[in-house]
Design a protein around this ligand. Structure first.
Ligand SMILES: Cc1cc2nc3c(=O)[nH]c(=O)nc-3n(C[C@H](O)[C@H](O)[C@H](O)COP(=O)(O)OP(=O)(O)OC[C@H]3O[C@@H](n4cnc5c(N)ncnc54)[C@H](O)[C@@H]3O)c2cc1C
Ligand code: SF4
Length: 808
């Protein structure tokens, strides 16, 4: 007979408590009979990822950390939706709100925190929530369907994540912040200003140095008033003004509580056999609000509970990463300029990057990163270890004379004990050993085996690079295989390979030969297959209009009211008085509802009736601007050398040349370019698929930028001296993207997936390949016809044939 197990009860089924259980189960799986009580109706989930649920990129299922099956497998009795209301520390029993009781030998309190709801008049009205759990997230998702204006009180990490999520849900969002700088407890004023500017660009509004005085409205909130007498109308308010450790239960049970539940270096509370871990605990006067320290506490507590010798928990050096899509921010240790600290700083307003290191004497004591946070784990390690600044570190970090490392080199050079996953404390050495010992081949496997990447996910790119570093060519990349849509289990690559191998030429044939579950296909796979066929067999494939989206079938964008928009080409954003007059005449004659200047520097005739489309095209007698197509949309240009006193290159000339060369060709997704005459970047190259910047010696080419829902700053692909070389590389890059991207994959995602170095090797460094790609795209371009005039010609032909038949 085995030894009798002790009873371990956990109050709080959240990240810190369950992480402690995971350690216990690894150290001594048979030590305890475990019972867990959790107020929420869910198994343990990744609270950090709630922002992604709100943003729409993850579902609730995606963020579950421990499934129902996990509790069963480990014989854990789980009571969800059950709140513990009292602890009898004498009898060693806990009592739940539904009458359940449980006896314990050891008790862990892991009740987390509650969001602070500012006690201003009106705070109890409908439409005021915190941002803490799945229930709050569900309220936000529902609210966004019904209401338009949201206010978020608090410009810290949580407030900004909530605000961005609501913005993505289509709400008009204003962030109200008491201080002059956003995230002022993690960022210095420069990084904070860059962050604010970026978030404003993405569509958030800010009211800074505003103190909320009250909330007005009827039963439901209608707005806020501020201490300076001003007001803001709002249908929904998220309070993200901080968190307060959830100590009510401990305090009512006679356990010592200050700000949090007071614990010693082994997480023991004032009551015998009772421990506290996570945000509810106060250790050496500090309550933490990020997972890394909570997991460190959990590791110490697990050892303590399993009788394994352990070092005491002595506190944690905090670091923060903000995980709003399109904004990378990191800070650790000291971050503000102070007289006793030496500051090393590099600010790049063009690439929107900021790097700052703070030294006390020679010792690295803090750092702030904005834009590129790939150095975050190293800086965190140096700060943690109190490392001394050296010439080598300086050169590497500040990018002195060609010393900036690629991601691959960076992981190769990392020390084995360097921490890769800050949340779970997993080092490079641990990950590399796990990959080798357990033959791991994917990020998910590394996650499951080591815990790296399991919490905030910020280290996943580094884990992916480590897999590449260990496995070389055998590493297939981060993507897991999924069918293209519900009609087939085959992935994009398998479909493309089969089309090539079996020489399939029509959408119907592909679906038939490759055994589509749904023989008709769907709106997801039909346009994709049509694109792949055209990409693989440019000469042979006959475009299948029926497989295209409606806008592409009509050569115009359909609007809410069933009318269409007509956008003629204006190469490089340049027009003439004659063309302007023609556009004006057509707009008047066909009574278009609005003439709109677009962000891509051309004119959009909005509200053309379907039956008028051919007449409008005919009378304009201008080429189509392809505003409806997965193709080159616009080449935005600045004034450039011709007129601007700063201009060093002819941006307008180059823009027109690129637009005329690469228009009309089908692409996996819409494609935008910009050309600037100098690095002042007035035409915003950094957010384009291809962004060109002139300098004294030639051109710089940036790729993979995006200004849409998931903004991304473009990467530098190359610098060239001549116009010819530039056009050739733009052509090779565009063709390589056409050949390898998934249908609907923007270059911003594609560049991330392929890696900029790999793309560079193919389209810049390998001269033979570059020429081959360029020649291939030119051959396809040579065959293309202007769609509006072609459609008019075809109509004329069919009318003629119709008339001829009638006359017989
Ligand atoms: C939107 C969001 C984004 C975040 N982003 C980050 C980030 O990027 N990086 C980072 O490090 N951290 C982040 N955090 C913080 C991180 O999620 C928390 O630090 C962590 O979840 C705290 O773990 P915990 O176990 O202490 O508390 P929780 O995870 O809150 O778990 C406590 C659980 O106890 C339950 N409970 C409370 N009282 C009782 C009771 N009496 N009986 C039964 N159950 C009870 C609660 O319902 C809750 O489920 C974020 C938090 C949020 C909300
Ligand atoms: S990018 Fe340079 S050349 Fe172009 S308009 Fe601006 S300042 Fe002038």
């Amino acid at each position: 007979m085995g030894a009798i197990r002790q009873k371990l009860v956990l109050i709080g089924n959240g990240m810190a408590g369950v992480n402690t259980l995971e350690h216990i189960l690894k150290l001594s799986p048979d030590h305890y009979d475990i019972t867990v009580f959790g107020s929420e109706p869910h198994p343990n989930y990744n609270r950090i990822m709630l922002s992604y649920v709100l943003e729409g990129s993850k579902t609730i299922d995606d963020i579950i950390l421990n499934s129902w099956a996990w509790y069963e497998e480990h014989h854990i009795t789980l009571h969800t939706g059950t709140t513990i209301t009292a602890i009898d520390t004498q009898q060693k029993i806990v009592l739940a709100d539904n009458g359940l009781t449980a006896a314990y030998d050891r008790l862990i309190i892991a009740t987390g925190s509650n969001p602070i709801i500012l006690p201003v008049p009106g705070h109890e009205k409908q439409g005021v929530v915190g941002f803490r759990d799945i229930a709050d997230c569900s309220v936000m998702l529902e609210t966004a369907k019904q209401y338009r204006n949201a206010a978020v009180i608090g410009g810290g990490l949580l407030g900004l994540e909530a605000a961005k999520g609501l913005l993505n849900l289509g709400m008009n969002v204003t962030v109200i912040h008491l201080m002059a700088d956003l995230m002022e407890r993690q960022l210095d004023p420069s990084a904070s200003a860059m962050l604010k500017a970026e978030l404003e660009r993405q569509g958030l509004h800010f009211l800074m140095e505003k103190q909320t005085a009250g909330i007005y409205g009827g039963e439901r909130v209608e707005g806020l008033t501020f201490s300076d007498g001003t007001k803001l109308e709002s249908d929904f308010i998220v309070m993200a003004a901080g968190i307060r450790p959830n100590t009510a239960l401990a305090s009512a049970s006679g356990i010592e509580v200050k700000r949090g539940i007071v614990v010693d270096d082994y997480m023991q509370t004032s009551a015998e056999g009772v421990y506290a871990v996570g945000e509810c605990a106060e250790h050496r006067g500090v309550c933490y609000g990020l997972v890394a320290p909570l997991f460190e506490q959990g590791a110490v507590l697990a050892k303590q509970l399993c009788g394994v010798q352990t070092k005491p928990y002595e506190g944690t050096q905090l670091s923060t990463k903000l995980k709003i899509s399109g904004v990378d921010v990191f800070s650790t240790g000291a971050f503000l300029d102070q007289p006793e600290l030496t500051v090393i700083r590099k600010q790049d307003d063009w690439k929107q990057q900021y790097k700052k290191l703070l030294l006390k004497g020679d010792t690295i004591v803090g750092g702030v990163l904005y834009g590129d946070v790939s150095d975050s784990s190293r800086i965190q390690q140096w700060v943690r270890e109190g490392a001394a600044m050296t010439e080598a570190i300086y050169a590497e970090l500040m990018g002195a004379a060609g010393t900036t490392l690629s991601a691959a080199d960076r992981v190769a050079q990392m020390a084995d004990d360097e921490i890769v996953c800050g949340c779970n404390g997993v080092s490079k050495g641990h990950i590399v050993k796990a990959i080798k010992d357990n033959a791991l081949t994917s990020v998910d496997e590394v996650k499951a085996c080591t815990g790296a990447g399991r919490s905030c996910g910020g280290c996943i790119p580094t884990v992916s690079h480590l897999l590449q570093y260990v496995l070389g060519d055998e590493y297939a990349g981060q993507k897991t295989k999924t069918g293209m849509c519900g009609c087939t289990d085959l992935s994009r690559d398998e479909i493309v390979a089969a089309i090539k191998e079996k020489h399939l030429t029509t959408v119907k044939e592909v679906m038939h030969v490759l055994n589509w579950h749904n023989p008709e296909g769907c709106s997801k796979c039909r346009p994709a297959v049509n694109y792949y066929l055209g990409m693989l067999w440019p000469q042979e494939h006959e475009d299948e209009k029926d497989s295209r989206f409606v806008n592409e079938r009509m050569n115009a964008n359909i609007q809410k009211d069933g009318t269409y928009t007509v956008v003629p080409r204006m190469y490089g954003g340049v027009t003439t008085p004659e063309d302007l007059k023609k556009i004006a005449d057509v707009a008047v004659k066909y009574d278009v509802k609005m003439v709109k200047v677009t962000g891509g520097q051309r004119l959009d005739l909005i509200g053309v009736a379907k039956e008028d489309l051919p007449l409008v095209w005919e009378e304009l007698d201008m080429p189509s601007g392809y505003a409806y197509a997965k193709a080159l949309r616009t080449v935005k240009t600045c004034v450039g050398q011709q007129f601007c006193r700063f201009g060093t290159q002819d941006s307008i000339g180059m823009g027109i040349r690129l637009e005329k060369t690469f228009e009309r060709i089908d692409m996996p997704a819409k494609y935008k370019m910009a050309v600037n005459g100098c690095p002042r970047n007035c035409a915003e190259s950094c957010t384009k698929d291809v962004g060109i910047v002139g300098n004294d010696g030639g051109w710089e080419m940036f790729v993979g930028g995006n200004g849409g829902i998931k903004p991304r700053i473009a990467d530098l692909l190359c610098k060239v001296k001549t116009d010819e070389e530039l056009v050739q590389i733009v052509g090779a890059f565009t063709q390589y993207y056409r050949l390898t991207a998934n249908y609907l994959e923007r270059t911003s995602e594609w560049v991330e997936r392929m890696g900029i170095e790999a793309i560079k090797a193919e389209v810049v460094d390998n001269m033979d390949r570059r020429c081959e790609l360029y020649q291939d795209i030119l051959a396809v371009l040579a065959e293309l016809k202007e769609p509006w005039s072609t459609t008019l010609e075809e109509e004329r032909k069919s009318r003629y044939l119709f008339d001829a038949i009638q006359m017989k």
